[in-house]
Design a protein around this ligand. Structure first.
Ligand code: SF4
Length: 361
């Protein structure tokens, strides 16, 4: 915490993460639960839930490293299961969107939670459970069996890149090959994966021209990797983001050295948008292409999208029109992906216009 007294700036030292088991249970009765539920592919009444904080890994682009200093703390399996049971029985929740930075840090604990879901007969489904490709590729069959038996719907995985040099630069501590092994495991056990990836990564001593070329390489190698993964299961989904420098992260200084212009005031950070390019070595064309692939093409390639999106529209006429328009755009997106045609994004612009006017997309 920072504060100012008589013009002087004071700061408290960072606190360590402390056990959260002794904290009082979340007071769900104080909020209107119906305002917190949403339709997802794994539940008509899905709620966000956090069972742990932090992450012990050291990915140099990630805010976890700075915020929680590579520490981790998780609620005991019993308390997580009590929460899930309450959410299901008292609030009719049937889908839980796990918002942990990394759910599988303590595999014994993860197994106990999955086992508890089975033993207590809970029918709600976990989705978007965050996991590392290398750790899960190497996990034993017991964990994978439990994921299947507990009907865990999907895993969100920071695959990051199909380019090994990029994985090394961000200290991902894994090989591209680990992504392939992990994707195969998910295919074998019937679990959907959301593969999150990153391009435009800064590399020290590269010129802007070299970084621009490297970004092209990151995009093409990642597309090649995702092309294969998406073919494993029509529900699999890709995500592609442009590197965004977060203050305090190990990669931030590199980005500044390479020419990233830091906002001079706090307000400047408020204008940073997810798909905007923030660094000079990413070209506007690359930024537009990444944005189109991630927020448009990947969305339509995911066979689950239509299921939840149409359920969010209540008006029957609007729903009919939505389904018709969806099929049209999905056809174009699939054609673009099949032939890797990302130029002349008129359909994408039209989609963005429709999205601005329809909050259910
Ligand atoms: S990217 Fe994922 S694994 Fe890496 S530090 Fe962040 S939360 Fe942990």
């Amino acid at each position: 915490m920072y504060w100012k007294e008589n013009g002087e700036i004071f700061t408290n030292p960072d606190r360590n993460l402390e056990s959260i088991d002794d904290w009082p249970p979340l007071p769900y009765h104080l909020v209107d639960i119906d305002k917190c539920v949403m339709v997802t592919e794994f539940g008509s009444r899905t709620i966000n839930y956090v069972s742990s904080y932090g992450c012990p890994y050291r990915c140099s682009f990630c805010s976890e490293v700075t915020v929680n200093h590579r520490s981790w703390v998780g609620l005991s399996p019993e308390l997580v299961l009590d929460d899930l049971e309450k959410l299901q029985n008292k609030y009719q929740i049937n889908g839980v969107n796990l918002y942990d930075s990394l759910f599988f840090v303590n595999v014994k604990r993860a197994k106990a939670i999955l086992m508890g879901i089975i033993d207590r007969g809970l029918t709600l489904r976990l989705g978007n459970v965050d996991g590392r490709a290398k750790q899960l590729a190497e996990a034993d069959d017991e964990l994978w069996e439990l994921l299947r038996e507990s009907r865990t719907y999907s895993i969100l995985c920071g695959a990051e890149s199909g380019d090994q040099e990029s994985l090394d630069v961000i200290d991902k501590d894994m090989d591209v090959e680990d992504n392939y092994k992990f994707a195969e495991k998910c295919r074998k056990y019937g679990i959907k994966v959301i593969f999150s990836t990153l391009v435009g990564i800064p590399i020290l001593n590269y010129t802007h021209q070299e970084l621009e070329k490297k970004t092209d390489g990151q995009i093409s190698s990642t597309i090649k990797m995702l092309d294969e993964f998406l073919s494993f299961d029509s529900r699999n989904r890709g995500q592609m983001f442009i590197y965004m420098p977060y203050p305090g992260t190990p990669l931030y200084d590199t980005a500044v050295k390479l020419g990233f212009q830091e906002p001079k005031e706090l307000e400047g950070w408020a204008h940073m948008k997810l798909y905007d390019k923030q660094t000079p070595w990413v070209t506007p064309e690359q930024a537009q292409m990444v944005s189109m692939i991630s927020s448009y093409i990947f969305m339509f390639l995911d066979s689950d999208t239509i299921l939840w999106a149409k359920e969010r529209i209540k008006n029957p006429t609007k729903k009919l029109f939505f389904v018709w328009a969806y099929k049209l755009f999905a056809g174009i997106a699939r054609f673009r992906w099949k032939y890797k045609l990302f130029g002349f994004p008129l359909d994408y612009q039209l989609f963005l216009f429709a999205k601005r006017n329809n909050k259910s997309i």
